[in-house]
Design a binder for this molecule. Structure first.
Ligand SMILES: Nc1ncnc2c1ncn2[C@@H]1O[C@H](COP(=O)(O)OP(=O)(O)OP(=O)(O)O)[C@@H](O)[C@H]1O
Ligand SMILES: [Mg+2]
Length: 494
């Protein structure tokens, strides 16, 4: 029995382990900039090297944070696996983490998140939505509307709750006595409030807030003054001070929604559901015009604030000329996010045209963009990135093996080398020796078992005749060559 249960726990642990997925960019937690000067650190937040591009992204980050600039276009151009997607990831993470100094600037909490939408160029080609509709939705997802709402809150410590239940189960009635350090008031309770209080299990001594408009009750904790009243208390009981001043306070609550959310809610009868299912369909331009007008009105009245977010289009060379001209136009729109694009193409054909242009982008869009280039990594940078990847994958690797892996990385590609980490880990695990640390021969075996793109191309060219070519021709049986050897072999057996 005991062995069985052990097995089960091991299985459970393995399941748990496999749940924590390690993705290509999971080691990246930000751009790795100094919080004050915004200068990049050599290796920080998982980001290594690529200093010039990171410094440039730092400037972009500042621009976005200030929220004053919209309709700009940034192009990240560089060779494959030089960290373009990683830079965008880092930027997104920096934007979503609310630093303390940002809170001070805006004066309200939890509302500084800048919308960040990431799509790949190929995503917009769908049968359900037209290209421009998909792009419009992506653009509008990246524009946040900060809506301010004034609410009246009652917050205080509950002194007494008195509920009279009628025997017939009809209308309930009650009284709630609530106080702050300065005053005490009795409120009459209706049915809804009584239910709310019972549901939240509010008792005398709790500190609560009640939203006057919606009647929502929030329990903040127990008052310090009552901490000695009961002996038995759960470990999670929180003690708070009795509020000071007036019982009723005005508070502003800020919600940030995207323009697209507002579109969806207003476009259909089952709008809210469509938000969750993602089945939005095409949204008519009339609806959008009305919403734009409404938002502009709110802005005038000071009810809402527009937060230009970020739209990141990876592999932007997949878009075609119609999309590019749409983007040109959309960037000049009143509500426009900052568009960041990434591509690894050099001089190549723009889709939908017969001409070539730099990065596969039409020149007029290129002219509107500021271009940040990324360069391939030096050996020591590859070394640090691989070391970080090994840590992220919770794999131990010795120095000699890491040096070999770095060499492989600089001769083939960073991606190939970082893929070899998990493969050689499996090989090391199978070998069951020396605490599962990856050693040089594990890397060598992995290198021989799995080809990188260069060796794969070599292999294919050598055996070209065995693969189907453009004319559909293939030599399926290579028996001609093998027959001779086979016959020889048979001869010897006879
Ligand atoms: N400066 C860096 N610091 C840490 N890790 C990096 C850095 N640059 C790239 N990486 C990692 O290397 C791998 C490849 O980088 P990435 O996917 O960003 O390349 P890319 O420029 O987007 O390439 P492609 O053009 O092929 O899309 C990723 O796992 C990424 O997290
Ligand atoms: Mg990429």
């Amino acid at each position: 029995m005991s062995i069985q249960t052990l097995d089960q726990t091991q299985q459970q642990q393995q399941q748990l382990h496999s749940l924590s997925l390690i993705a290509a960019h999971s080691h990246i937690t930000g751009l790795g900039l100094d919080p004050v000067t915004l200068q990049p650190k050599e290796s920080s937040q998982g980001m290594v090297g690529q200093l010039k591009a990171r410094r440039a992204m730092g400037v972009v980050y500042k621009m976005i944070k200030m929220g004053k600039i919209a309709g700009r276009c940034v192009l990240l151009a560089g060779p494959p696996s030089s960290g373009k997607t990683a830079l965008a990831r880092g930027l997104a993470q920096n934007l979503s983490s609310n630093d303390d100094d940002d809170k001070e600037q805006t004066g309200s909490s939890g509302s500084n998140t800048v919308p960040f939408t990431a799509i790949a160029g190929s995503e917009i080609f769908s049968l359900e939505l037209s290209k421009t509709e998909a792009l419009t939705q992506a653009f509008r997802k990246s524009i946040g509307i900060k809506i301010k709402e004034e609410t009246e809150l009652i917050s205080g410590e509950v002194v007494e709750i008195q509920i009279d239940r009628s025997i017939t189960g009809g209308q309930k009635q009650g009284k709630l006595t609530i106080k702050t350090t300065d005053m005490e008031t009795i409120y009459e309770l209706g049915n809804k409030m009584i239910d709310g209080l019972t549901k939240e299990k509010v008792v005398a001594g709790d500190v609560i807030t009640i939203d006057k408009a919606s009647g929502k009750i929030t329990k903040l904790g127990r008052s310090f003054a009552r901490s000695r009243d009961y002996d038995a208390m759960g470990a999670d009981t929180k003690f708070v001070a009795c509020p000071e001043g007036e019982l009723q306070k005005r508070d502003t609550v800020v919600h940030t929604v995207s323009l697209h959310d507002i579109d969806v809610i207003n476009s259909r009868t089952q709008g809210v559901l469509a938000l969750f299912t993602g089945d939005t369909g095409e949204i008519s331009s009339e609806v959008r015009d009305q919403i734009n007008a409404k938002v502009a009105e709110w802005k005038e009245e000071g009810k809402a604030e527009i937060v230009p977010g970020v739209l990141f289009i990876d592999e932007v060379h997949m878009l075609d000329i119609e999309c590019f001209s749409f983007i040109n136009r959309a960037l000049e729109d009143e509500f426009s996010p900052i568009v960041i694009m990434a591509t690894n193409r050099g001089i190549s054909q723009t889709r939908g045209t017969s001409y070539k242009s730099p990065h596969g982008l039409p020149l007029d869009l290129l002219d509107r963009s500021i271009i940040v280039t990324t360069t391939i990594y030096k050996e020591d940078e590859i070394n640090t990135i691989l070391k970080i990847r090994a840590q992220e994958e919770e794999v131990e690797i010795n120095d000699a093996a890491l040096a070999l892996l770095t060499q492989i990385g600089s001769e083939t590609s960073l991606r190939y080398a970082s893929n070899l980490i998990s493969v050689s880990n499996q090989i090391a695990l199978k070998r069951k020796s020396n605490n599962n640390i990856i050693e040089v021969h594990d890397i060598k075996r992995a290198y021989l078992l799995f080809l990188d793109s260069k060796r794969s191309v070599e292999f294919v060219t050598q055996n070209e005749s065995q693969y189907i070519d453009d004319n559909g021709k293939v030599e399926i049986s290579s028996q001609k060559q093998n027959n001779a050897t086979d016959l020889d072999a048979m001869d010897t057996t006879e």
